[in-house]
Design a binder for this molecule. Structure first.
Ligand SMILES: C[S@@+](CC[C@H](N)C(=O)[O-])C[C@H]1O[C@@H](n2cnc3c(N)ncnc32)[C@H](O)[C@@H]1O
Length: 291
């Protein structure tokens, strides 16, 4: 399958390096996304183990459209039944930039109708209960070029599950991980974050140190899709659990002047199962000494 991992602008090279390390093929970076080829097991791997990707999509079609008929006809041709079962609940999200087709509600309803028609022909039914697994279909229209994707992640991958949202200007986990990966730090060096807030940078570094896949303890929308019929998700989770490195030598240090954020940082580190490698303390930056 042709797949796409989206990321923050500027992080394409970090994400490409991650995909390369995981031995994916046909890796090609564009603005804010990196394309690659994958099988179903690879999709589970990408969701669970990529540190800088925002979402993993399966590319269903790319075509040009300037009329609603063109949008409908090209969408209807997509073999949606390869992924979407007869009980699937289909959610269509559209974004349009610099294109003739700019009415989001109209595009949404046309794409949804085309999907239902395509699935209806295959399953030989007219009405769909939509009581089953959720299938988010994303339509990106840019300069009249339409890309239709199936979102396999669901909630964005920066939501690892270890952090309550909020706090003062917390970094996204994906961005914190990219900063760590682009820095001079490696597993044998000390890392100090003297303005650590809720600890995101240090927790992401600790997860790299202990080889903890960032998505190991969260779920993904495509886990419930019947197409994953060979236990791909549990096999991949099992694998990433088996490669976690036991390491409890503290070499990550975080401090902040605000005791309430340090309490949150400690809580987050415990949830991410990395509290044994990070030392948090309440301290003003001006009082920090480094031997
Ligand atoms: C933008 S936040 C850091 C967010 C953090 N990267 C995260 O992901 O949660 C900046 C932090 O600097 C702290 N801070 C401000 N002045 C400080 C000082 N003089 N010494 C130590 N920390 C300070 C604030 O309490 C705040 O938590």
């Amino acid at each position: 399958m042709n797949c796409t991992a989206t990321c923050s602008f500027g992080l394409e090279s970090v994400l490409s390096a991650e995909l390369k390390k995981m031995e994916f093929e046909n890796i090609a970076a564009e603005n804010g996304r990196v394309n690659f080829s994958s099988d179903l097991e690879g999709i589970a791997k990408a969701n669970i183990n990529l540190r800088t990707a925002e979402r993993i999509y399966i590319e269903l079609a790319v075509f040009n459209a300037v009329t609603f008929d063109q949008l409908f006809d090209n969408t209807e041709r997509i073999p949606f039944h390869k992924y979407i079962d007869r009980y699937g609940a289909i959610v269509v999200n559209v974004s349009s930039v610099s294109s003739v087709l700019k009415s989001i509600p109209n595009c949404q309803s046309i794409v949804k109708k085309a999907i239902i028609k395509s699935l209806g022909k295959y399953y030989k039914i007219d009405t769909f209960p939509e009581t089953g697994a959720r299938y988010p279909v994303n339509v990106f229209i840019m300069k009249d070029n339409v890309r239709i994707y199936l979102d396999t992640s669901g909630s964005s991958l920066y939501k690892r599950g270890y952090r309550k949202r909020g706090g003062e200007a917390p970094l996204k986990e994906t961005l914190a991980s990219a900063i760590v990966q682009l820095s001079y730090w490696n597993k044998n060096r000390i890392l100090i974050d003297p303005f650590c807030g809720t600890g995101t940078i240090l927790i992401e570094a600790a997860m790299i140190l202990k080889n903890i896949a960032p998505g190991l303890y969260r779920d993904f929308v495509s886990e419930r899709w019947p197409v994953f019929s060979n236990n791909e998700w549990s096999k991949v989770r099992q694998f990433y659990k088996s490669v976690i490195k036991e390491d409890n030598k503290v070499r990550l240090y975080g401090s902040d002047i605000d005791s309430s954020v340090i309490a949150a940082a400690r809580h987050n580190a415990r949830k991410a199962k990395v509290s044994d490698v990070i030392n948090f303390s309440v301290r003003d930056f001006k009082d920090i000494t480094v031997p």
